[in-house]
Design a protein around this ligand. Structure first.
Ligand SMILES: [Zn+2]
Ligand SMILES: [Zn+2]
Length: 419
């Protein structure tokens, strides 16, 4: 059995890991967006199936590209299908607006949807000598940890791919299911780092938002459309702030879809209440008016690479503040804003003169959680992916000291596993 790393190895973005065995699978086929440049994974040869962990574009963004030359099933949950369809359609319309040539068209997206196999959590699906199962990853609506189990005369082998996962509970998601493995391919976004205490973090976030409102400013909360936006609005509802809050950008559509798939979140009543209480921004002319009064704006893009967040940030008054709500990938506007105090819009540098604070409301496992997960999964081999190069390398080295066979591959590498 060979594992080929076509993307998302020693980097975050364009996840693409191929398993070549009697049958071939690719775990995720994503895209990396950096400095407004698209980076695609290495071209995938013929595969028998795509196993899609969740909707975020760094995992799903190139899946339709596969359908320009092949027509194979994509396995994933229903929530992942609905949400990736939303994100991929949006990616196509942005490409059109910006006169870029996307690597796929509506036709390929349509084939992907038609060939999609809707998986339910913990219901195995037979596929030749393999069975495929998906378990709740606790990351976003529909997110899955995938188990591919190979059955043959000699031995069964369990390959587990975590995708993005979170062990600790969020407002709308309970923690990831622990799945036993022989080979564990694990995300390493937070390897070597811990998240701040979540309840303290929520308290200071809420306090700073209240302060901003008292000062007459706007609290701009850029958030990913899927997952983070819904957690944030649940948080604002819980703390009695929902009436001051506005929801804009793709987060609106995503919230509607997630409300239609209540099985994929753990507290549907909370999300319903938050969605009913918040003000939905209906058209862009409303945006300037919102900024005239103390307000909270939850909108895309989560890393400030486009979306209504840019329009708000340009016109906020000086008592306003920006609250980043998660990891900011190198090269994104969010990261540049944090480190250098400006963003780039249409090639122009825009200095942002208001305070910017990053709150690590991450939907990823922290370092201790990664180790807890590995112990519970009990693999022989651990393969660390989806993390920045140095952290991933150190993570794997630490695991080797604990007696695991551990690797931190780079894009283009192949690992051969003895049968
Ligand atoms: Zn994700
Ligand atoms: Zn990811």
């Amino acid at each position: 059995m060979k594992l080929h790393f076509y993307g998302g190895a020693s980097e975050v973005g364009r996840s693409a890991i191929m398993v070549r065995d009697e049958r071939s699978f690719v775990f995720d086929y994503g895209i990396k967006i950096e400095d407004n440049q698209m980076d695609y994974p290495i071209k995938v040869p013929n595969v028998d199936a795509v196993l899609l962990s969740h909707a975020h574009l760094d995992h799903s963004g190139s899946v339709p590209v596969i359908y320009t030359e092949q027509s194979v099933p994509t396995f994933g949950t229903e929530g992942t299908l609905m949400l990736s369809d939303l994100l991929l359609e949006d990616a196509l319309s942005i490409a059109k607006k910006e006169h870029r040539h996307p690597r796929f068209h509506k036709k390929q997206l349509g084939t992907m949807v038609n060939r999609y196999v809707r998986m339910q959590y913990e219901k195995p699906y037979g596929f030749g000598n393999y069975s495929i199962s998906m378990y709740d990853a606790g990351h976003i609506c529909g997110s899955a940890i995938t188990l591919v189990e190979r059955h043959n005369a000699k031995e069964n082998r369990r390959i587990v791919y975590t995708g993005d996962f979170k062990v600790q509970h969020q407002y709308l998601h309970s923690g990831a299911k622990k799945v036993k493995s022989d080979v564990l391919i694990i995300e390493s976004t937070y390897a070597g780092r811990e998240h701040a205490n979540r309840s303290q973090l929520i308290n200071s976030f809420i306090e700073m938002i209240k302060e901003t409102l008292d000062n007459g400013g706007t609290a701009l909360v850029p958030a990913f459309a899927i997952g983070r936006s819904q957690e944030i609005i649940a948080m604002l509802y819980k703390h009695g702030l929902i009436e001051y809050a506005y929801l804009d950008g793709m987060a609106k559509e995503a919230t509607k879809i997630i409300m239609k798939h209540p099985d994929a979140i753990s507290d549907k009543e909370l999300l319903n209440n938050a969605a009913e209480g918040i003000n939905w921004v209906e058209d862009r002319t409303q945006r300037r008016r919102i900024l005239e009064e103390p307000s909270i704006v939850v909108t895309t893009a989560g890393m400030l690479n486009g979306g209504p967040a840019i329009e708000y940030i340009k016109h906020m008054n000086s008592d306003s503040q920006v609250f980043l709500t998660g990891y900011q990938v190198e090269g994104t506007n969010g990261r540049t804003l944090l480190e250098k105090g400006y963003i780039v819009d249409n090639g122009n540098r825009i200095k942002v003169g208001v305070p910017v604070t990053k709150f690590d409301f991450s939907a990823h496992a922290g370092d201790a959680d990664l180790h807890e997960y590995i112990r519970a999964s009990a693999p022989n081999t651990v393969i660390c992916v989806h993390g920045e190069a140095e952290a991933t390398r150190e993570f794997a080295a630490g695991l080797r000291n604990e007696g695991f066979e551990a690797y931190a591959p780079k894009v283009g590498d192949t690992i051969e596993l003895a049968d």
